[in-house]
Write a new protein. Structure first.
Length: 172
C-alpha cells in the first residue's frame, strides 16, 4: 500500500493522540471530515492501523518489575514453534514475544509484581512451556524509552498541521 503525505500526517497525529476526534484530525491534516473518515477507514482496513489502545502503567497496576527473557527451544521445527507460541499467548504476564535470529529463539518481555512473582512465572509458566531448554532472565533497572509509534519523517508531512485550507483528497 502506498501512503501519501496526508496519510502520513493522519498516522503521525493518531500516534500522538489516538483519542483525537475525526473533526480535530481532519482540521489538522487539512481535509474535510468525510474525506478524513474515508482515509481512516482505508488505513484501518489495509492493516496500517492495527488498533487503538490505552497505554496502562504496569507499575500503577501492581506489576512494576520488567523482565527481559531469552528462551531457547530444543528445535525450530514448525510444530515446536507453534506449540511454544500457543503457550506464550496463554501466559498473562508475557507482554511481548519475538521470534529471534541469533543465540536464542525467542525474546519475551514479562511483567511481574516482584521477584517472588517472577520466580512463580518462571517455574509454572515459562519452564513448563513446550520444548524450552534454556531461559535467561534480565531485570530492567529503569525504563529509558518506551515508544509505541514509529517516527514519521516531518519533512514528508510539512504541508499539514496548519488547519488552513483543504488538501486535495486522492483516496477516491
Amino acid at each position: 500500500m502506498s501512503l501519501d503525505r496526508i496519510d502520513l500526517a493522519i498516522l503521525d497525529n493518531l500516534q500522538k493522540d489516538g483519542r483525537m476526534s475525526n473533526a480535530t484530525l481532519a482540521e489538522k491534516v487539512g481535509l474535510s471530515q468525510s474525506a478524513c473518515s474515508r482515509r481512516l477507514d482505508m488505513l484501518e482496513k489495509s492493516g496500517v492501523i492495527r488498533g487503538y489502545h490505552a497505554r496502562l502503567s504496569n507499575k500503577m497496576l501492581g506489576h512494576p518489575v520488567t523482565v527481559i527473557v531469552n528462551v531457547s527451544l530444543s528445535g525450530q521445527a514448525d510444530k515446536q514453534l507453534r506449540e511454544f507460541e500457543t503457550a506464550v499467548r496463554r501466559c498473562p504476564n508475557v507482554l511481548v514475544c519475538y521470534l529471534m535470529s541469533g543465540e536464542y529463539d525467542y525474546l519475551l518481555r514479562v511483567a511481574a509484581k516482584d521477584l517472588e512473582d517472577y520466580e512463580r512465572i518462571h517455574k509454572f509458566w515459562l519452564s513448563a512451556m513446550p520444548h524450552v531448554t534454556k531461559i535467561n532472565s534480565s531485570f530492567a533497572l529503569r525504563e529509558v524509552a518506551d515508544r509505541t509509534g514509529l517516527g514519521i519523517e516531518p519533512s514528508l508531512i510539512e504541508i499539514t498541521g496548519t488547519g488552513k485550507g483543504r488538501a486535495s483528497d486522492t483516496s477516491g
